[in-house]
Design a protein around this ligand. Structure first.
Ligand SMILES: *Cc1c(COP(=O)(O)O)cnc(C)c1O
Length: 502
């Protein structure tokens, strides 16, 4: 095979003196490729060594003017000019997720083996839809899906890498909808569209579930009206008794429960819905159970805290975001089903790509499992390199470290009379506000100004959320480098900013 390829290459026309073709990645431009990637790497190293704050504080009008000031009709002279411009327009102002002073959203620092994989993925540029576009890639992806399934506790599972948790959640609800219609109504939605009963389909989520469920219900033609929000307990986890009441209530109205989405790691509180009780109710009411573990999936690898996910193996489908909790660069996510047969519901055959008559045991095609993407990056290689170089245990320890830091942070917040903490976290999210003692002020307005002011100073990036109409600050601790001394520094800065704004 290798010698064949070399023979073919040697009879191809040579383009050595053709300047027009020097930017194409092929055997005659290996030196250009090396130089370009080396300079890009140097730019990244510079970012790493010289970034001391999570943000420069640049304001949108300044950023917009800089980007729109570029004349796209005039190409630059070389890579030095190009990278200098990219630095000005992007790298210099990029949010530095690896710094502990960034404590806002679900952005993990990334691990180096995954970055090495990125170099290979983007250059070789395989597409994961068919075996003729990605031979080893097809099986590496499959093997990682099998590995993830094993960690979940599935035995006859299947799945596919996706672009993110929102997309994986869409696949979960789509299968729930189509499976229900097929099994209970004998109706094929893929071929025939929605049945008349569809306007009465109901999907149960907690009132702290991710917003993608609403968008997905709408995309699936059920409308956001199909979403039934179930009350949460004092730690903002779905209340199983309330779920049962909601199921009975909707049935009483003549509506048709088709699915329940349990969140394993809520975006706002990092808490895990009671998976076992929800699984029991899903079985009793014969509805599809999807677990959105976009955030909580990191627990799969933790020796210390894996038990928090007990019950996940009973779900019909699961969302996993490796780019949230496995220290992977964006994008890296997966959707898994407990019973591989259910994934057949999404299969569509195109004569040019995956013809119906092909034997897919013999010649596999990942496109058969993907709903929303045809051409698809080989993101699985990042997780593969990570696992092969670091091993599962080390990743699990990172998760333990971040949970322990979050617990320590919760204790600091609770001890301090000037902070109000809303809930402890199974993972690393803490929702709190600065509440100066003996000063009467609008706490929502004050905390909003603290957050915005720290952001535009560029010194600390915090997140925020609203609970019962009130504004709260939010820490998402997703960095094993973050220690309690960083947390003390950030809390002191929040207070100092608060007092300066009073
Ligand atoms: C982040 C998140 C999602 C969405 O995942 P993306 O990868 O951002 O699309 C879904 N569910 C939960 C609980 C999340 O935290």
């Amino acid at each position: 095979m290798h010698t064949d390829q070399m023979t073919v290459a040697s009879v191809q026309p040579q383009h050595k003196n053709n300047k027009l073709l020097r930017d194409i990645f092929y055997e005659e431009t290996a030196a250009e490729y090396h130089q370009a990637v080396e300079k890009a790497r140097a730019a990244v190293e510079d970012f790493l060594l010289n970034t001391r704050q999570p943000f420069t504080g640049v304001r949108p009008p300044v950023m917009q003017e800089a980007v729109y000031g570029v004349d796209l009709s005039r190409p630059l002279a070389g890579y030095d000019e190009l990278l200098a411009e990219v630095n000005e327009l992007y790298v210099r102002h990029a949010t530095a997720f690896h710094l502990p002073q960034y404590i806002a959203h679900l952005n993990c620092p990334v691990v180096i083996p995954a970055l090495a994989a990125e170099v290979i993925i983007s250059a070789i540029n395989s597409s994961q839809d068919t075996y003729d576009q990605s031979a080893g890639g097809t099986f590496i992806e499959r093997r990682l899906i099998d590995w993830t399934a094993h960690e979940i506790g599935y035995t006859k599972a299947d799945g596919v890498f996706t672009g993110g948790g929102s997309q994986s959640n869409l696949m979960g609800l789509l299968l729930a909808r189509d499976h229900f219609a097929m099994q209970l109504l004998g109706h094929n939605i893929k071929l025939d569209g929605l049945p008349a009963q569809a306007s009465r389909f109901r999907i149960f989520v907690s009132d702290k579930a991710h917003f993608s469920n609403d968008k997905n219900a709408s995309l699936l033609g059920l409308g956001e009206q199909a979403i039934v929000r179930v009350k949460t307990d004092s730690r903002f986890r779905m209340d199983a008794a309330a779920l049962k009441e909601a199921l009975d209530w909707q049935l009483g109205l003549g509506n048709i429960p088709i699915a329940v989405v349990a969140t394993a790691g809520t975006t706002d509180f990092g808490n895990i819905d009671p998976l076992q009780s929800i699984a029991a109710l899903a079985a009793e009411y014969q509805v599809w159970m999807h677990v959105d573990a976009a955030y909580g999936c990191g627990l799969l690898l933790s020796a210390k805290y894996r038990h928090l996910l007990n019950g996940i193996e009973q779900a019909d489908s699961v969302t996993i975001d490796y780019h949230k909790s496995f220290f992977q660069p964006i994008s890296s996510s997966a959707f898994l089903v407990k019973d591989k047969a259910t994934l057949q519901l999404v299969r569509h055959h195109a004569d040019y790509l995956n013809p119906a008559e092909q034997d897919y045991e013999e010649l596999p095609a990942q496109i058969n499992k993907s709903i929303t993407q045809s051409t698809r990056r080989f993101d699985a290689l990042k997780l593969w390199c990570t696992l092969r170089l670091m091993g599962k245990q080390k990743l699990g320890i990172y998760t333990d470290m971040m949970i322990d830091t979050a617990a320590g942070t919760a204790a600091l917040l609770q001890q301090d009379p000037e902070f109000e903490l809303l809930s402890s976290s199974d993972l690393g999210v803490l929702v709190f506000r600065f509440r100066p003692v003996a000063i009467d002020t609008d706490l929502s307005a004050l905390n909003l100004r603290i957050k915005q002011s720290l952001f535009f100073d560029g010194t600390y990036i915090l997140a925020s959320t609203k609970v019962e109409g009130n504004f709260y600050l939010k820490f998402t601790i997703l960095n094993p480098l973050t220690t309690l001394s960083h947390i003390r520094e950030i809390l002191a800065a929040v207070k100092a900013k608060g007092y300066s704004l009073l």
